[in-house]
Design a binder for this molecule. Structure first.
Ligand code: 13P
Length: 253
């Protein structure tokens, strides 16, 4: 059985006061559930990670980062390494989020290096994949997602793969209010699991958690989670409102 996992990606939102108050409100709302019934993580902007780690130190809510650089240290102005994130108490890191693929123009090779470096540095990467609306309309979803998955995981041993969580986030569903139907999410996510089974082995593929992300709200969380290959939710906008995020967490377990 895969333990459900709900993560809130705060993106470039909050400030020093609201990041701490949001984390505290989430902790108060799900204290008994987090770690027991499901895994919960919040993913603040880099600069608020330490404060949020401090706020959540007595809870079972994990903290993640939204990105990482693949080099360990050195002259890489502006970048943050996995060992730095680990050092300040991060457990997870997003790799290949669609906003980094499409706005910042990260490619699969760079994302693959980040996934690998994250694991080497002791972090648990959440590798995000997903198609654009044009690609879905052209019936290319399977091809695009498979390609992102194969390239994102290239060279990763079975042992390393077990540190990875996957997230299917169709780009057209992110921040648009257009959620994928539960059937659409299930179709892609079961295809992803089959591909993993071909790339590695069936048991490992069975153990990997695959999250769905894209306009997840309190009223669609349970039905998305009812799908056999939807093991959790990666929440953007709704994770910025504690009552919505708490409702989503409760619906997911
Ligand atoms: P929204 O929930 O705002 O659509 O964002 C999803 C997302 O990108 C999470 O990483």
């Amino acid at each position: 059985m895969r333990k459900p996992f709900v993560a809130g990606n705060w993106k470039m939102n909050t400030d020093s006061l609201s990041s701490v108050s949001l984390a505290k409100a989430v902790a108060d709302g799900v204290m008994e559930l987090a770690g027991e019934r499901l895994d919960v993580a919040v993913i603040p902007p880099f600069v608020y990670i330490s404060a949020v780690v401090g706020t959540l130190s007595t809870t079972h809510i994990a903290v993640g980062a939204q990105d990482v650089y693949f080099e360990r240290q050195g002259a890489f102005t502006g970048e943050i390494s996995s060992s730095m994130l680990k050092d300040i108490g991060c457990a997870y890191v997003l790799c290949g989020h669609s906003e980094r693929r499409h706005i910042i123009k990260e490619d699969d090779e760079l994302i693959n290096r980040k996934v690998s470096a994250a694991i080497s540095g002791g972090l648990l990467p959440i590798l995000c994949v997903g198609e654009l609306i044009e690609q879905r309309k052209a019936d290319e979803t399977e091809q695009v997602v498979s390609n992102q998955l194969e390239k994102g995981l290239e060279g990763l041993s079975e042992e390393k793969l077990s540190a990875v969580t996957l997230a299917y986030e169709p780009v057209w569903a992110i921040g648009t209010g257009l959620t994928a139907t539960p059937e659409q999410a299930q179709q892609v996510q079961s295809m992803m699991r089959e591909l993993l089974s071909d790339m590695y082995d069936g048991q490992l593929a069975d153990e990997i958690r695959i999250l769905y992300g894209g306009s997840v709200k309190p009223d669609n969380a349970a039905v998305l989670m009812s799908q056999p290959d939807v093991d959790g939710l990666l929440v953007g906008g709704a994770s910025l409102k504690s009552e919505d995020f708490i409702a989503i967490i409760k619906a997911a377990c």
